[in-house]
Ligand binder design. Structure first.
Ligand SMILES: Nc1nc2c(ncn2[C@@H]2O[C@H](COP(=O)(O)OP(=O)(O)OP(=O)(O)O)[C@@H](O)[C@H]2O)c(=O)[nH]1
Length: 223
């Protein structure tokens, strides 16, 4: 059995700032006008839906936004091994952003999700990559998921561009649809394959997991 800590990114905290509402300062300027919010576009990309599809194999079109974070686990039999995923699903709203380091610091991998129909979510993703590189665990596996690939008619982010970017930072990349269950299991399996085995990296304190590299399962082309 191997335990895989995973943190789909995007959270924070502190005094609620309001997400979509603009708060007015005493000088009458809104906070939006005063300071850039590099992570503002994180909500609604489908992080929770991806986790739900993976853990419960279900999809809720009326799912509520995540408050703070939620935690789920799933164990999958993959070839001759059991992989246990310990997953933190973090909130995308700006007011929860400061919580993010709590989740990614102890994680073996992070999935950064963007919405293929919203270009700004892809730009935001790069800020997360930077933050993970600067403040995350040195060997954290980064995965990029371009979600909602069932909405191909309103696509704003080209798959090739996202793939080129992912390759440039050595990240796992896949386009997913939580709605249609496309590439969800493949995403998690590919991440688990990238996490070094305990043979190569002896764990401290006797905890960890053993994993051999296996050939990737074929991915489905998204829609
Ligand atoms: N068409 C389509 N809609 C999706 C997909 N995944 C999620 N959605 C919808 O997108 C909306 C947001 O989904 P969530 O899973 O709550 O997104 P989130 O990123 O977790 O949002 P926060 O919790 O606010 O950070 C919901 O209405 C979902 O039903 C998908 O693959 N395809």
């Amino acid at each position: 059995m191997r335990d895989l800590g995973l943190a789909p990114t995007r959270p924070s905290q502190g005094q609620p700032e309001g997400d979509e509402e603009e708060e007015k300062e005493s000088d009458g300027k809104s906070k939006l006008q005063q300071e850039p919010k590099p992570f503002r576009k994180d909500t609604g990309v489908g992080k929770s839906s991806i986790v739900w599809r993976f853990v419960e194999n279900s999809f809720d079109p009326n799912i509520n936004p995540t408050i703070g974070a939620s935690f789920m686990t799933k164990t999958v039999q993959y070839q001759n091994e059991q992989h246990k995923f310990l997953i933190w699903d973090t909130a995308g709203q700006e007011r929860f952003r400061a919580l993010a380091p709590m989740y990614y610091r102890g994680s073996a991998a992070a999935i950064i999700v963007y919405d293929i129909t919203k270009e700004e979510t892809f730009s935001t993703l790069k800020n997360w990559v930077k933050e993970l590189r600067q403040h995350g665990p040195p060997n954290i596996v980064v995965a990029i998921a371009g979600n909602k690939c069932d909405l191909i008619d309103v696509r704003e982010v080209m798959e090739r561009d996202a793939k080129d970017y992912a390759d440039s930072i050595h990240a796992v990349f896949v386009e997913t649809s939580a709605k249609n269950a496309v590439n969800i299991n493949e995403l998690f399996i590919e991440i688990s394959q990238r996490i070094p085995s305990t043979d190569a990296n002896p764990p401290s304190g006797g905890k960890g997991f053993k994993l051999r590299r296996q050939p990737s399962e074929p991915r489905r082309s998204c829609c």
